[in-house]
Design a protein around this ligand. Structure first.
Ligand SMILES: NC(=O)c1ccc[n+]([C@@H]2O[C@H](COP(=O)([O-])OP(=O)(O)OC[C@H]3O[C@@H](n4cnc5c(N)ncnc54)[C@H](O)[C@@H]3O)[C@@H](O)[C@H]2O)c1
Length: 276
């Protein structure tokens, strides 16, 4: 994101608690932010999982950065939270800042393997806490030009990203977690079909190929279980977002993933570990 911001002609500075991450950023000419009062836009993209546990959501790190901004950031600047966050986090940040900054949530969408089609410049959802927040956010990401309310003399180029604004910031928050929960579900279904095939002596790859000849069927590959630092954590965020109605189908999907991993582990211990 910072690389893209630079490419279209803005200055981009970075801040990260990890010196390794900062070194990598500096290789792309992203300078280290020292004085936090200098910027028109702050894009927050810190990790939102527990340190040492990729699968569990935690926003303490993110809130510590908001805390820092609450005392150091420039009046009227824009704060865009791009990290994946639990419902209610944006408004919490907004309250911590006492509306000294505009707050939007524009969840990041990125698929490294297909950077051209699904990199920075693809349609994204955005929500703002107040009308003035979404207006500032839309101008920065998708408008013709961007003029920070803290810098009245200077029109700057917007990012030119096609944005889909929503009326409530919570909708932007849960859109991101639900799109990943949906992916989780699709993979869990593939895992379950795989286990079904193993139990019933059916060739899974052949069945999958046959199913996927239909235009509206897309059975995924189960691979090594649902991992990474997005799908399991974000599915948990979704499950934790409602006390009264909890998604039964997702709870079942997490059980399927457990069974599938258990199966793989047992197979790896009892034979060559080769799975079809
Ligand atoms: N990677 C993706 O493709 C992707 C896509 C969509 C959404 N997201 C979301 O974006 C967020 C970040 O993802 P990522 O892949 O970059 O994660 P990451 O863990 O690789 O990187 C996050 C960075 O945040 C830094 N950090 C953590 N706590 C900090 C703090 N308190 N102050 C400053 N820096 C801190 C870490 O050192 C790390 O360099 C997550 O919420 C993730 O779910 C990621």
């Amino acid at each position: 994101m910072a690389k893209y911001v630079r490419e279209i002609g803005h200055d981009a500075y970075g801040y990260d608690t990890s010196p390794t991450a900062m070194n990598i950023a500096e290789k792309y000419s992203i300078k280290k932010a020292i004085n936090f009062s200098e910027f028109d836009v702050y894009i927050l993209c810190v990790s939102t999982h527990k340190p040492g546990d990729l699968f569990s959501p935690q926003i303490d790190g993110l809130l510590s950065v908001v805390e820092k901004l609450s005392t150091e950031a420039k009046n009227g600047a824009l704060l865009s939270i791009e990290s994946t966050i639990p419902k209610g986090t944006s408004k919490k940040a907004f309250e911590m800042l006492h509306h000294r900054l505009h707050v939007v949530h524009a969840p990041h969408r990125w698929y490294a393997a297909e950077e051209k089609q699904h990199g920075i410049n693809q349609p994204r959802v955005i929500g703002g806490v107040c009308d003035c927040c979404i207006k500032a956010g839309m101008q920065f990401y998708g408008g013709a030009t961007y003029r920070s309310s803290s810098d009245n003399n200077n029109d700057k180029m917007s990012l030119g990203i096609p944005m889909h604004p929503v009326t409530e910031i919570e909708i932007a928050e849960i859109t991101k977690v639900i799109e990943n929960a949906h992916r989780y579900l699709q993979i869990a279904f593939a895992e379950e079909l795989y286990l079904y095939c193993q139990a019933n002596n059916i060739n899974f790859p052949e069945l999958r190929d046959a199913l996927n000849t239909k235009w509206n069927v897309n059975i995924l590959e189960p691979r090594e279980g649902i991992g990474g630092h997005c799908l399991p954590k974000d599915t948990k965020m979704f499950l934790q977002s409602s006390k009264s109605v909890r998604s039964k189908i997702l709870l079942a999907a997490t059980e399927v993933d457990k069974d599938y991993r258990g199966y793989r582990q047992t197979r790896a211990q009892t034979d060559t570990g080769h799975l079809i």
